[in-house]
Structure formats: structure tokens, C-alpha cells
Design a protein around this ligand. Structure first.
Ligand code: 3H9
Length: 691
């Protein structure tokens, strides 16, 4: 074996050169790999004893792409596109042997090889678009030549991978290898040599890109307009695939490079690359070792079969973990189970699961009205409505019923987890698990760390979250924890802006255009204006009370801030509400004024950032990027803007501080700058310095 670089070596198996890549954890194509691949192929070309080359990886996966950590730094030669040109032009057949994930530059390496084989569990994808990029080493030019633009477009513009079986069907790979990959790849290489198979240079293929109808691009763009609003990279992906069809290979490659460079230098990709690492950092808690002991969660109890409890239940049974679901009355239980079954039936009707899957999942749920049935579960999640006395009573009961060592969790969104824990003799086993609604859909989970919560309990909560496919963020105890506490700032400002003269439609448009999935006022209509409202206490003190007293509850009854046609969720103007707002604002002493779109952004976003700074100071969150993960996954913050704390760094903390001070002078102490914000500005630092 010849070591070419610290990450690449060349070994001979008879006439076959085995180019081994070994760059843990994911064989990213950093400098030592690129240099090793380039020199390895050159060496194999010169070696008369080598007739064909197998490119294969050690460890858990084939190459997962370019080394994202190198992006933004001065590039070091050889560049990947040049290395892959060497592959392309190699006169001896190169066979890529894939296991794990051939992603991004990894798949581009395989596409630049002359043949591709893989184990059945391998995945193939070009996820660059999820980093705000496009495949920049020929992927946009080679994949359409190999499988046609229609099949290549979704892979490139959505970044979603395909499995080996589909890859074989579509012609991405030539063979699936059963058993040992290296042996299978060598056998395949020998077959290629024995059969004198012609070298299949993907760059030279033309049949799949000839006679392509231009409408496929127009149609695909229509789809993207719906799913990728605001993102720059998907459109660049389409343009590059169009070029694959319309331009000779070398020109297409050049165009791809131009688009790649533009995207790489833009703020969207910077945000999305930052976010990629933020989502991985979130699992690292400074005082919780990676090997902290875990509690085995084999069986879960959930109290409350309402929307929240039902959604949480689905998460666990989806992961194959049985759930005992407790309700106070059989009628509520039946209703809750019915909703879960209906949700699964809808999924099955869309072909996303089989009827058998539905039966299996429902079979994992045991409904009961007896809390005593929770005596053998390993984790209980209480998901009843937000009432401290009720929660306290439940935890006292649970403490008596549940076995020692069982984790007792509350799904409270706001309440003090320590106060709840104090009801038990095992506060170290009490934790908050704050799911977001709808709990079976939303990926965010705030793991709320009580003052006494034990390390194994926290480590288990984080591990369980991963098992049920949630992104868990550890936060501390305070009213609303991290996410809702920051969100309350926006809610307050939206309410005020409307009274000061901005129309609901203006506020909604500005926030929607910023990249949120919907405007905050339309969101209120969706959630229900009557949430937390009670007729008996309502005295017309807030716009919420005024609207509810007028029977305007939101989409649910077709009337909220907007009007809704029957069965429709599309907001229509409601002049009668404009009049109600005007009257209420006048009563409260507001003088209507024109409010700029810029002010709406600043009023709605800067206080969120400021609150984030306070949360960091109070050590409610571990790091600024954790808050960004919360906002992207729980509140619809557009990932191409990184998250509020990343966005703050981009805008400039000095600018944000100056605007907050101006608002404080004009509008009061809701805008009082957080001391941490002042400190960072004074020191010329960014939030990033705290990550
Ligand atoms: C590209 O290829 C551009 C080209 O077209 C053109 C170039 C000219 N780089 O996710 P995990 C780290 S763009 C650097 O927890 P899993 C990750 O941060 C690239 N580091 O494991 C983590 O580090 P740590 C296109 C990377 O098993 C560790 O590896 N490719 C990279 O759940 C383990 O990762 C992609 O976008 C990387 N490319 O999932 C693929 N990838 O332990 C991105 C991972 O310090 N990667 N790391 O926290 C993935 O999708 C997943 O990591 C993968 C494994 C599915 C591979």
C-alpha cells in the first residue's frame, strides 16, 4: 500500500488499483483528500500494472461532500472540479464504490468516475442547495447527462437524496453489491476489463439531454415558487441544469462555477452553512459529557389526549416506542385516539404509509383513564392545559405511582418547571419537554433543565429527542423559556404597530416578505384570537378582547382580523375590523401615523434579538446559535437568514443598539437594550464570539 497523503492511499489487488479515502468522520473532500485523489489517479495512470481503479472509502460513509469548514477560507489547490477533470479524463476505468452517503462533492466524484457500484443501503444526493449553494464540481452538468434533466432537477434543486434501488433504476449506478463492497467492486472492475466495456464518460453523454422540452423548466420553476420562496440557490440550480441541456459540457461547467461562486459569496449561503453547524452544535452541552449514562426508555406514558398529547404520542409510536395514553374520561380518550387514527389514515391515503403501518402504530398505543397504568413506564410526559395547580396535582400523583428512576416530564410552554418538580420527592428526575404544535410535525423540542434535573435525565431527554426525530435545544427555567419569551416581544410590537397606524395587511406583508411562512396577524387568526380569552373577564381592554367580544375568533369561525370564505384559509380584507381598530386606538389615545416597512422589521425583529441577549446573559440558553435553531425550527424563521442572532451580527450590533436606543427614547422601556448587547458593541464583538 502507498500512502499518498494522510487521507488517501493506493493499494493493488492484482490489476486493480484501490484508491482508499480515509478522512473521518465523513470523508469530506478537504485538501488532503483532493490532493490524494489527484495524485493517486495520476499514479495509477502511470502504473502499467494497474488496469482499472476502484475509489472507495473507509469508515461509515463514502464522501459526504466538500469540507464545508473550508468554505469562506482561501481555497487551496487542487480544486475539486480540476481533480474531477482528472478522473473524467483518466484513460483507465474508474469505478466508484459507494456505501453510506455519496453526497455533494462525493456524488460528483462518483459521477466523474466511469462506473458506479454501491451497497443496497447507500444514499445518493446533491444537498448543496440546503447550504444555499449548487453542486459546484460538475454535478449540475453530469447528473442531467446521466439521468435526464427531469429526474436531475428535483435532486439538485431540493437536495433530497435517493436510495440505491432508485439510483439503480434511474441509471445513477450500474450495480448493487451484495456482501463485501471492496470485493464486489474489484469483481465489477475485473468484469469491465474482461468484457472490454467501453469507458462511459458521463461528460460525453448526450442522449438524455437531446430533444428536451423547454416547458419542463418552466413547470419546475412554478413548483419551486411555492416551496422555495425567498431562496436564491434553487433558481440557480435550475439555471445550471438548463445550461447542461443548452451548452457544451465545458461551457456548462464554467457557468456552473460562476453561479456557485456567486452563491458562495452571498449572505444566504453563509447563513445556511452557519445553520448546518448550529444544528449539530446544539447537542453539545458543556457540562454533559457525550458518554453520560442514559436511562433506557422502553415505554412512555402521556397524560392528555388533546392536540398536544396526541401529537406527542404519534412521535413515540412512529419511533416504535409504546405509549400509555391517559385521559380523565373515556369520551376524551376516544376522541383523542380517533384524531390520531385519522391523521395516520390521511398519511396512508397519500401513500406515505401502508394500512398495516397504521394498524401497527395504533397497536402501540394503550388508552386508559387510570393514572395507575403509568406504574411501569420509563418516561411520562404531562400534556394537560396550562394550569399550575392541575400540573402540581398531577406530579404529586405521578411521584406516588411511577417506578423509581422514571423520568417525569412536563410539556408546559411557560410555567416554572422547578415549582412543578418541587411537588415530587424526585426533582432530579423532573424535566420540561416543550413540544411545539402540531407536535407530530414541528421539529423543535425545548428540553427545559430544572435547577435540580440530573445529568443522566437531561442526556436521556436529548437522546430520546433524536430518536423521535426532533431537534432538541436545552434551555433553562424562566417564563416562556427561550422561544416563547422571545416570541412575546414580536407579539407585543405587532399589537402596538396596529394601533399606531400600520394595517394588519401591511404588517403581515412585511413579515412574510422577510421570509416567515405567514404574517403575525394572519397567524393569530389561525391559532385563534380567543386562545386564553374568557367571556366573563372580557372588558374591551385589548384588541383581542374587542374582537372576541364581537365574535371574531379567527379562521375557526371565518372572522378574525381578516374575513374568510367558508372552508378557506385565505385572508380577505375586513373593513369592519379596520374601523374597530381605529375606534379602539383613538380610545387609547393613539394618533394614527404612516409607519414604514423598515420600522415594522425593526420593531418586530430587534426586540427578539434583544431578548435573546438577555436570555444568554441569564444562561437560559447555552449559546446564541441555539436560539437560532429554536427560531428556524419552532417559529418559521427563514433559514437563509440564519436565525435572529446570526441576522443581528449581519445587520451589525452597533446599528441594532442605536435603533433600540432611539425606540427607547421615543416609545419607552420595551426597547431598553440588554446589557450584553451594549457590552458586545463596546468590545466590538458579535454574538458569534459566544458560540
Ligand atoms: C459540496 O459538496 C460542494 C461541492 O458541490 C462543490 C465543491 C467545489 N464538511 O451530520 P453528522 C461533520 S458542499 C465538513 O452529525 P450524521 C459534522 O459537522 C457539501 N464537516 O452525522 C459533524 O461534525 P461534529 C455537500 C462535515 O451521521 C460530523 O461530520 N454535502 C460535513 O448524522 C458528523 O456529521 C453536504 O451538505 C462536510 N461536508 O450525518 C452533506 N458533513 O461531529 C453534509 C458532516 O464535529 N453532511 N460534517 O459535530 C450531512 O448531510 C451529514 O453529515 C451526513 C452524516 C448525512 C453525511
Amino acid at each position: 500500500m502507498t500512502a499518498i497523503t494522510e487521507a488517501v492511499s493506493l493499494e493493488k489487488e492484482g490489476e486493480i488499483g484501490m484508491l482508499w479515502i480515509d478522512n473521518p468522520p465523513v470523508n469530506a473532500l478537504g485538501y488532503p483528500v483532493r490532493k490524494g485523489m489527484q495524485d493517486g489517479i495520476t499514479m495509477a495512470m502511470k502504473d502499467n500494472g494497474i488496469k482499472a481503479v476502484v475509489v472507495i472509502c473507509k469508515g461509515r460513509t463514502f464522501c459526504a461532500g466538500a469540507d464545508i469548514r473550508e468554505f469562506g477560507k482561501p481555497p487551496k489547490e487542487p480544486h475539486l472540479p480540476d481533480v474531477l477533470t482528472t478522473f473524467d479524463q483518466c484513460t483507465k476505468p474508474i469505478i466508484a464504490a459507494v456505501h453510506g452517503t455519496a453526497f455533494g462533492g462525493g456524488l460528483e466524484t462518483a459521477l466523474s468516475s466511469h462506473f458506479r457500484v454501491a451497497v443496497a443501503s447507500a444514499q445518493f444526493g446533491l444537498p448543496e442547495v440546503k447550504l444555499g449553494l449548487l453542486p459546484g464540481a460538475g454535478g449540475t452538468q453530469r447528473l442531467p447527462r446521466l439521468i435526464g434533466p427531469e429526474k436531475a432537477l428535483p435532486m439538485i434543486a431540493t437536495g433530497n437524496p435517493i436510495g440505491a434501488a432508485q439510483a439503480l433504476k434511474e441509471g445513477v449506478i450500474d450495480e448493487i453489491i451484495d456482501g463485501d463492497l471492496a470485493k464486489g467492486a474489484v469483481a465489477f472492475a475485473k468484469k469491465v476489463l474482461a468484457e472490454k466495456r467501453p469507458m462511459r464518460k458521463v461528460s460525453a453523454l448526450t442522449d438524455k439531454i437531446s430533444g428536451v422540452k423547454p416547458e419542463i423548466f418552466a413547470n419546475y420553476r412554478k413548483e419551486l415558487n411555492k416551496s422555495a420562496r425567498g431562496f436564491e440557490a434553487p433558481e440557480a440550480c435550475v439555471k445550471a441544469v438548463e445550461a447542461a441541456v443548452g451548452k457544451p459540457f465545458a461551457e456548462g461547467l464554467k457557468y456552473e462555477r460562476e453561479l456557485f461562486t456567486q452563491l458562495m459569496m452571498g449572505s444566504q449561503s453563509a447563513a445556511q452553512r452557519y445553520y448546518f453547524f448550529a444544528e449539530r452544535e446544539v447537542a453539545k452541552i458543556p457540562d454533559i459529557p457525550a458518554d453520560a449514562p442514559l436511562i433506557d426508555i422502553k415505554k412512555v406514558g402521556i397524560i392528555g389526549a388533546g392536540t398536544m398529547g396526541g401529537g406527542i404520542t404519534m412521535n413515540f409510536v412512529n419511533a416504535g416506542i409504546p405509549v400509555t395514553l391517559v385521559e380523565v374520561k373515556q369520551e376524551f380518550l376516544d376522541r383523542g385516539l380517533g384524531v390520531i387514527k385519522k391523521n395516520y389514515d390521511i398519511t396512508a391515503s397519500k401513500g406515505k404509509m401502508t394500512a398495516d403501518d397504521v394498524t401497527k402504530r395504533m397497536g402501540l398505543i394503550k388508552g386508559t383513564t387510570q393514572m395507575e397504568d403509568l406504574k411501569d413506564v420509563d418516561l411520562v410526559i404531562e400534556a394537560v392545559f396550562e394550569n399550575m395547580d392541575l400540573k402540581k396535582e398531577i406530579f404529586r400523583k405521578l411521584d406516588a405511582i411511577c417506578k423509581p428512576g422514571a423520568i417525569l416530564a412536563t410539556n408546559t410552554s411557560y410555567l416554572n418547571v422547578d415549582e412543578i418538580a418541587a411537588q415530587t420527592k424526585r426533582p432530579e428526575y423532573v424535566v420540561g419537554l416543550h413540544f411545539f404544535s402540531p407536535a407530530n410535525v414541528m421539529r423543535l423540542l425545548e428540553v427545559v433543565r430544572g435547577a435540580k434535573t440530573a445529568i443522566p435525565v437531561l442526556a436521556t431527554a436529548m437522546a430520546v429527542a433524536k430518536k423521535i426525530k426532533k431537534i432538541a435545544v436545552m434551555v433553562g427555567v424562566c417564563f416562556g423559556f427561550a422561544g416563547n419569551r422571545m416570541f412575546a416581544q414580536r407579539k407585543r410590537e405587532v399589537d402596538k404597530l396596529i394601533l399606531e397606524g400600520a394595517s394588519p395587511a401591511q404588517v403581515d406583508k412585511v413579515i412574510y416578505d422577510f421570509g416567515f411562512p405567514m404574517g403575525p396577524v394572519a397567524l393569530l387568526d389561525l391559532i385563534g384570537i380567543d386562545l386564553g380569552w374568557s367571556k366573563d373577564n372580557s372588558k374591551g381592554r385589548t384588541m383581542q378582547e374587542v374582537l372576541c367580544e364581537a365574535g371574531r375568533f379567527g379562521i375557526k369561525n371565518g372572522k378574525g382580523y381578516y374575513n374568510y370564505a367558508e372552508g378557506s384559509r385565505a385572508p380577505k380584507p375586513a373593513p369592519e375590523v379596520d374601523a374597530m381598530i381605529k375606534e379602539f386606538a383613538a380610545k387609547k389615545g393613539f394618533k394614527p401615523r404612516a409607519i414604514s416597512d423598515e420600522e415594522i422589521i425593526q420593531r418586530c425583529i430587534y426586540p427578539i434579538i434583544n431578548e435573546g441577549a438577555k436570555i444568554l446573559e441569564e444562561k437560559i440558553a447555552v449559546r446564541p446559535s441555539d436560539l437560532d435553531v429554536i427560531w428556524v425550527n419552532g417559529y418559521g424563521w427563514p433559514v437563509y437568514r440564519g436565525g435572529p442572532m446570526f441576522y443581528a451580527d449581519l445587520v451589525g450590533l452597533d446599528k441594532i443598539l442605536a435603533v433600540m436606543k432611539k425606540f427607547q427614547a421615543d416609545l419607552g422601556d420595551d426597547f431598553k437594550p440588554a446589557p450584553l448587547l451594549e457590552k458586545l458593541v463596546k468590545e466590538g464583538k458579535k454574538f458569534a464570539s459566544l458560540n
